[in-house]
Design a protein around this ligand. Structure first.
Ligand code: SF4
Length: 354
């Protein structure tokens, strides 16, 4: 297969056919490096050598009434995950300071649950205003289902991005969740876009979906025109309905990243949960396709030590992206002075669509 022809097609703005998409997902191992090399041309064209780092805080954990089969935070899961209500403002601020220390571009505040209660939204809005006042970070929130009015409140507080994953193809959704449906998720992504906030929506791969359904997800996200696409590779957590599910090989994960890059060439493609577990020693190859990762721990599973990830990024020839000087800065993380921050900002221009 002439993989570079597909990259040319993608760079020209043309959509891959379904047959081509399925060929990408079935790439023979012997041709995988050629495919990665073709996708690196697209990554370099839109994102240069910048790697966007995102740091999560699990601001409210467990106790969720929904039944998403992959999730250890569902009330139905016997996973032993930590359960706590919404963290204090001080804890959310401390997380922001930590995000700065590990060179994160975006601080992602995530809560468990179907949707936020009003008092939870009030609390997060208050914390976001304070974080924006103090730190040069971009803030993303992942709070479950949201209305347009709720999106408006978050935007006015300084939230620049909202995540709500489609997770999988429409015709596989009922296999992983029965308490809400795919349409609910689409409605939230549309509310985010209508509210003028940058949209982030991706998926979880390796849940038993077919290659056709993986391609469906990539096409759906293109149709929604989301700005950022986090791709999680399922970590099968004991005590969840998908606890015994293991479908992925590192090579398959790379092929999936390539497909999403080819179909959504200019977007932020993020290797999310499961990076270390599934890509293993092939992680640096993923950096030549994706332009964004999470640094630090995930919601309920441990990530790599930040210094090791930063070293791996540097070794592969990439540099952490730095947020623009949009936030008035009152306070800095230990070891970071205002002058250093401004120099870093000046030397690393913002990628186009984050
Ligand atoms: S709604 Fe969110 S927290 Fe609740 S079970 Fe589903 S993924 Fe987990």
């Amino acid at each position: 297969m002439p993989w570079h022809d597909l990259a040319d097609k993608s760079l020209n703005g043309d959509l891959l056919s379904r047959e081509e998409a399925l060929q990408v997902l079935a790439v023979p191992d012997a041709e995988l490096l050629d495919l990665v090399s073709a996708c690196y041309r697209i990554r370099r064209h839109y994102h240069g050598n910048r790697m966007k780092l995102n740091m999560l805080i699990n601001a409210k954990s467990g106790l969720c009434q929904e039944d998403c089969g992959y999730c250890s935070q569902s009330i139905l899961a016997q996973s032993g995950v930590d359960r706590y209500s919404l963290q204090s403002k001080e804890v959310l601020l401390a997380g922001a300071r930590q995000a700065l220390e590990v060179k994160a571009h975006t601080y992602c505040i995530v809560i468990s649950g179907r949707r936020p209660a009003e008092r939870e939204l009030d609390h997060i809005v208050d914390a976001v205003r304070e974080i924006r006042r103090r730190y040069p970070l971009r803030i993303c929130c992942c709070l479950g289902l949201l209305s347009k009015d709720e999106v408006d409140r978050l935007r006015e507080a300084g939230v620049e991005r909202i995540n709500h994953n489609l997770n999988t193809a429409e015709n596989f959704y009922q296999e992983i969740c029965s308490t809400h449906d795919y349409g609910d998720r689409i409605d939230t992504v549309k509310a985010v876009k209508q509210g003028g906030v940058s949209s982030c929506s991706g998926g979880i791969l390796g849940m038993g979906e077919s290659d056709e359904q993986i391609a469906d997800l990539a096409y759906s996200l293109r149709e929604l025109d989301v700005d950022s696409i986090p791709l999680n590779f399922l970590i099968p957590i004991a005590g969840t309905p998908l606890g015994g599910v293991e479908y992925l090989r590192p090579q398959k994960c790379l092929a999936i990243l390539c497909l999403f890059r080819l179909i959504n060439p200019s977007k932020e493609i993020r290797i999310a949960g499961g990076r270390e577990y599934h890509l293993r020693s092939l992680q640096p190859l993923g950096f030549y396709v994706a332009d964004s990762i999470f640094i630090g721990d995930y919601l309920t599973t441990r990530g790599e030590l930040p210094e090791r990830d930063l070293q791996m990024i540097e070794d592969a020839g990439f540099v952490p992206a730095v947020p623009p000087r949009s936030a008035p800065v009152q306070d800095y993380a230990p070891g970071i002075t205002p002058a250093e921050t401004l120099v870093a900002n000046a030397s690393a221009p913002e990628p186009g669509n984050s």
